[in-house]
Design a protein around this ligand. Structure first.
Ligand code: MF3
Ligand code: CO
Length: 255
Protein backbone atom coordinates (compact mmCIF):
# COMPACT_ATOMS: atom_id res chain seq x y z
CA UNK A 1 0.00 0.00 0.00
CA UNK A 2 1.19 3.50 -0.75
CA UNK A 3 -0.78 6.53 0.37
CA UNK A 4 -0.20 9.97 -1.12
CA UNK A 5 -0.05 12.44 1.75
CA UNK A 6 -1.75 15.83 1.86
CA UNK A 7 0.24 18.86 2.96
CA UNK A 8 -1.48 18.66 6.36
CA UNK A 9 -0.44 14.99 6.60
CA UNK A 10 3.16 15.97 5.83
CA UNK A 11 3.09 18.58 8.60
CA UNK A 12 1.88 15.95 11.04
CA UNK A 13 4.57 13.52 9.87
CA UNK A 14 7.18 16.22 10.37
CA UNK A 15 6.21 16.36 14.07
CA UNK A 16 6.54 12.58 14.42
CA UNK A 17 9.90 12.84 12.67
CA UNK A 18 11.09 15.54 15.01
CA UNK A 19 10.47 13.27 17.98
CA UNK A 20 12.60 10.58 16.34
CA UNK A 21 15.40 13.09 15.76
CA UNK A 22 15.29 14.18 19.40
CA UNK A 23 15.43 10.57 20.60
CA UNK A 24 18.44 9.81 18.39
CA UNK A 25 20.26 12.91 19.64
CA UNK A 26 19.54 11.96 23.25
CA UNK A 27 21.00 8.50 22.67
CA UNK A 28 24.07 10.00 21.03
CA UNK A 29 24.61 12.22 24.07
CA UNK A 30 24.26 9.30 26.48
CA UNK A 31 26.29 6.67 24.59
CA UNK A 32 29.80 6.12 25.96
CA UNK A 33 32.08 3.23 26.85
CA UNK A 34 30.61 1.33 29.81
CA UNK A 35 26.97 2.27 29.16
CA UNK A 36 24.61 -0.73 28.89
CA UNK A 37 22.59 -0.87 25.66
CA UNK A 38 19.36 -1.39 27.56
CA UNK A 39 19.86 2.01 29.18
CA UNK A 40 19.93 3.63 25.72
CA UNK A 41 16.66 1.92 24.88
CA UNK A 42 15.32 3.54 28.04
CA UNK A 43 16.43 6.94 26.75
CA UNK A 44 14.37 6.43 23.58
CA UNK A 45 11.33 5.30 25.56
CA UNK A 46 11.57 8.35 27.83
CA UNK A 47 11.78 10.84 24.95
CA UNK A 48 8.83 9.20 23.17
CA UNK A 49 6.71 9.20 26.32
CA UNK A 50 7.54 12.85 27.07
CA UNK A 51 6.45 13.76 23.54
CA UNK A 52 3.18 11.82 23.81
CA UNK A 53 4.40 9.39 21.16
CA UNK A 54 4.57 5.60 21.08
CA UNK A 55 7.10 3.24 19.55
CA UNK A 56 6.20 1.53 16.28
CA UNK A 57 9.13 -0.85 16.93
CA UNK A 58 7.95 -2.22 20.26
CA UNK A 59 6.06 -5.50 19.73
CA UNK A 60 6.30 -5.11 15.96
CA UNK A 61 5.95 -8.47 14.28
CA UNK A 62 6.23 -8.66 10.51
CA UNK A 63 5.49 -12.01 8.85
CA UNK A 64 9.17 -12.99 8.70
CA UNK A 65 9.90 -12.36 12.39
CA UNK A 66 9.76 -15.35 14.75
CA UNK A 67 9.05 -13.13 17.78
CA UNK A 68 7.72 -9.59 18.27
CA UNK A 69 10.44 -6.91 18.46
CA UNK A 70 11.05 -6.45 22.20
CA UNK A 71 12.38 -2.87 22.37
CA UNK A 72 11.85 0.74 21.24
CA UNK A 73 15.27 1.06 19.60
CA UNK A 74 17.48 -1.11 17.45
CA UNK A 75 21.05 -0.87 18.76
CA UNK A 76 23.45 -2.55 16.35
CA UNK A 77 27.06 -2.75 17.54
CA UNK A 78 30.09 -3.42 15.29
CA UNK A 79 29.30 -6.48 13.13
CA UNK A 80 25.55 -6.04 13.71
CA UNK A 81 24.11 -4.39 10.59
CA UNK A 82 20.54 -3.67 11.69
CA UNK A 83 17.81 -4.73 14.15
CA UNK A 84 20.23 -5.24 17.06
CA UNK A 85 18.17 -6.07 20.13
CA UNK A 86 19.28 -4.07 23.20
CA UNK A 87 20.43 -6.19 26.14
CA UNK A 88 22.59 -5.54 29.19
CA UNK A 89 25.85 -5.66 27.19
CA UNK A 90 27.92 -2.52 27.72
CA UNK A 91 29.45 -0.34 25.04
CA UNK A 92 33.24 -0.59 24.80
CA UNK A 93 35.88 1.92 23.73
CA UNK A 94 35.97 2.14 19.92
CA UNK A 95 32.60 0.47 19.31
CA UNK A 96 30.62 1.41 16.20
CA UNK A 97 26.99 1.88 17.19
CA UNK A 98 24.00 2.21 14.86
CA UNK A 99 20.83 3.48 16.53
CA UNK A 100 17.49 3.11 14.78
CA UNK A 101 14.18 4.22 16.24
CA UNK A 102 10.71 5.31 15.29
CA UNK A 103 7.88 7.33 16.73
CA UNK A 104 4.12 7.23 16.22
CA UNK A 105 2.52 10.57 16.92
CA UNK A 106 -1.08 11.53 16.16
CA UNK A 107 -1.37 8.48 13.92
CA UNK A 108 1.76 9.11 11.83
CA UNK A 109 5.14 7.40 11.89
CA UNK A 110 8.73 8.62 11.60
CA UNK A 111 11.69 6.25 11.22
CA UNK A 112 15.38 7.19 11.26
CA UNK A 113 18.83 5.90 12.21
CA UNK A 114 22.29 7.25 12.97
CA UNK A 115 25.72 5.60 13.23
CA UNK A 116 28.65 6.83 15.29
CA UNK A 117 31.62 5.56 17.28
CA UNK A 118 32.06 5.71 21.05
CA UNK A 119 35.38 6.49 22.69
CA UNK A 120 38.43 6.37 20.45
CA UNK A 121 37.33 5.80 16.84
CA UNK A 122 39.14 3.53 14.42
CA UNK A 123 39.87 5.51 11.24
CA UNK A 124 38.34 2.75 9.09
CA UNK A 125 35.07 3.04 11.04
CA UNK A 126 35.00 6.79 10.53
CA UNK A 127 35.39 6.27 6.79
CA UNK A 128 32.62 3.66 6.74
CA UNK A 129 30.24 5.95 8.64
CA UNK A 130 31.09 8.99 6.53
CA UNK A 131 30.38 6.96 3.39
CA UNK A 132 27.02 5.83 4.79
CA UNK A 133 26.00 9.47 5.31
CA UNK A 134 27.27 10.37 1.86
CA UNK A 135 25.12 7.58 0.40
CA UNK A 136 22.09 8.80 2.36
CA UNK A 137 22.59 12.35 1.10
CA UNK A 138 22.92 11.08 -2.47
CA UNK A 139 19.71 9.10 -2.05
CA UNK A 140 17.86 12.11 -0.65
CA UNK A 141 19.09 14.30 -3.50
CA UNK A 142 17.63 11.78 -5.96
CA UNK A 143 14.24 11.78 -4.18
CA UNK A 144 12.66 14.32 -6.50
CA UNK A 145 9.51 14.45 -8.60
CA UNK A 146 10.32 13.19 -12.08
CA UNK A 147 12.72 10.54 -10.81
CA UNK A 148 11.84 6.94 -10.02
CA UNK A 149 12.67 4.65 -7.11
CA UNK A 150 15.52 3.14 -9.16
CA UNK A 151 17.22 6.55 -9.29
CA UNK A 152 17.43 6.57 -5.50
CA UNK A 153 18.90 3.06 -5.33
CA UNK A 154 21.31 3.91 -8.08
CA UNK A 155 22.52 7.02 -6.21
CA UNK A 156 22.91 5.16 -2.90
CA UNK A 157 24.53 2.10 -4.41
CA UNK A 158 27.03 4.04 -6.45
CA UNK A 159 28.47 5.83 -3.41
CA UNK A 160 28.83 2.55 -1.52
CA UNK A 161 30.38 0.58 -4.33
CA UNK A 162 32.78 3.35 -5.30
CA UNK A 163 34.11 3.29 -1.73
CA UNK A 164 34.44 -0.51 -1.89
CA UNK A 165 31.76 -1.45 0.65
CA UNK A 166 29.20 -4.25 0.63
CA UNK A 167 25.45 -3.67 0.47
CA UNK A 168 23.60 -6.47 2.26
CA UNK A 169 21.24 -8.14 -0.23
CA UNK A 170 17.54 -7.82 0.46
CA UNK A 171 17.81 -5.03 3.04
CA UNK A 172 16.59 -1.56 2.17
CA UNK A 173 14.15 1.25 2.75
CA UNK A 174 10.38 1.46 2.45
CA UNK A 175 7.36 3.71 2.32
CA UNK A 176 6.29 5.31 5.61
CA UNK A 177 2.92 6.70 6.68
CA UNK A 178 0.29 5.65 9.18
CA UNK A 179 2.36 2.48 9.56
CA UNK A 180 6.12 2.02 9.57
CA UNK A 181 6.49 -0.26 6.58
CA UNK A 182 4.46 0.50 3.47
CA UNK A 183 5.06 0.40 -0.25
CA UNK A 184 7.09 1.09 -2.17
CA UNK A 185 10.28 -0.80 -1.37
CA UNK A 186 13.30 1.48 -1.57
CA UNK A 187 16.29 -0.74 -2.42
CA UNK A 188 19.85 0.47 -1.89
CA UNK A 189 20.72 -0.45 -5.46
CA UNK A 190 18.82 0.34 -8.60
CA UNK A 191 18.75 1.25 -12.22
CA UNK A 192 18.18 4.86 -13.23
CA UNK A 193 14.75 5.53 -14.69
CA UNK A 194 13.28 2.24 -13.38
CA UNK A 195 10.65 1.53 -10.78
CA UNK A 196 7.81 3.50 -9.22
CA UNK A 197 7.64 7.16 -10.35
CA UNK A 198 8.15 9.63 -7.50
CA UNK A 199 5.21 11.96 -6.83
CA UNK A 200 4.48 14.91 -4.57
CA UNK A 201 3.16 13.55 -1.28
CA UNK A 202 5.03 10.24 -1.24
CA UNK A 203 6.98 9.53 1.95
CA UNK A 204 9.81 7.02 2.04
CA UNK A 205 12.54 5.89 4.39
CA UNK A 206 15.94 5.83 2.70
CA UNK A 207 18.34 3.65 4.68
CA UNK A 208 21.78 2.70 3.38
CA UNK A 209 23.44 -0.22 5.19
CA UNK A 210 27.12 -0.66 4.46
CA UNK A 211 29.47 -3.46 5.42
CA UNK A 212 33.19 -3.95 5.12
CA UNK A 213 32.48 -7.31 3.44
CA UNK A 214 30.47 -8.72 0.56
CA UNK A 215 26.88 -8.25 -0.52
CA UNK A 216 25.26 -11.51 0.57
CA UNK A 217 27.19 -12.15 3.73
CA UNK A 218 24.75 -11.68 6.54
CA UNK A 219 22.71 -13.82 8.89
CA UNK A 220 20.02 -13.39 11.54
CA UNK A 221 20.99 -14.17 15.12
CA UNK A 222 19.32 -16.51 17.55
CA UNK A 223 17.24 -13.66 18.99
CA UNK A 224 15.33 -13.77 15.68
CA UNK A 225 16.17 -10.14 14.87
CA UNK A 226 19.82 -9.08 14.98
CA UNK A 227 21.32 -9.16 11.48
CA UNK A 228 25.13 -9.51 11.45
CA UNK A 229 27.91 -9.81 8.91
CA UNK A 230 29.23 -13.35 8.53
CA UNK A 231 32.84 -12.24 8.16
CA UNK A 232 32.69 -10.09 11.30
CA UNK A 233 33.30 -6.89 9.36
CA UNK A 234 31.71 -3.81 10.84
CA UNK A 235 28.58 -2.19 9.44
CA UNK A 236 26.97 1.25 9.43
CA UNK A 237 23.28 2.08 9.00
CA UNK A 238 21.81 5.55 8.62
CA UNK A 239 18.26 6.50 7.72
CA UNK A 240 15.89 9.39 7.20
CA UNK A 241 12.18 9.56 6.51
CA UNK A 242 11.86 11.84 3.50
CA UNK A 243 8.85 13.44 1.81
CA UNK A 244 8.92 13.92 -1.95
CA UNK A 245 7.48 17.34 -2.76
CA UNK A 246 7.22 19.74 -5.67
CA UNK A 247 9.71 21.89 -3.74
CA UNK A 248 12.24 19.05 -3.49
CA UNK A 249 12.98 16.43 -0.85
CA UNK A 250 11.88 17.30 2.68
CA UNK A 251 13.69 15.45 5.47
CA UNK A 252 11.01 14.76 8.07
CA UNK A 253 13.33 13.24 10.68
CA UNK A 254 15.71 16.20 11.01
CA UNK A 255 15.83 18.00 14.37
N1 MF3 B 1 14.24 1.15 10.30
C1 MF3 B 1 14.02 -0.24 10.54
C2 MF3 B 1 13.52 -0.91 9.30
O1 MF3 B 1 12.92 -0.27 8.50
C3 MF3 B 1 13.00 -0.41 11.60
C4 MF3 B 1 12.95 -1.77 12.15
S1 MF3 B 1 11.82 -1.78 13.43
C5 MF3 B 1 11.87 -3.27 14.11
O2 MF3 B 1 13.72 -2.10 9.12
F1 MF3 B 1 10.99 -3.26 15.02
F2 MF3 B 1 11.56 -4.12 13.15
F3 MF3 B 1 13.05 -3.51 14.56
CO1 CO C 1 13.24 1.90 8.25
Amino acid sequence: MMEIKTDANLKAMREAGRVVARALEAVRAEAAPGVPLIELDGVVRRILTEAGATSPFLNYRPAWAPVPYPAAACLSVNDAIVHGVPDDARLADGDLLSVDCGASLDGWVGDAAVSFTVGRARPEDTRLIDTAYEALEAGIAAAVVGNRIGDIGHAVGRVCRRAGYGLPDGLGGHGVGRTMHEGPDVPNEGRPGRGVPLRHGMVIAIEPMLTGGGHDHHYTGRDGWTIRTIDGSRAAHVEHTVAITDDGPRVLTAL
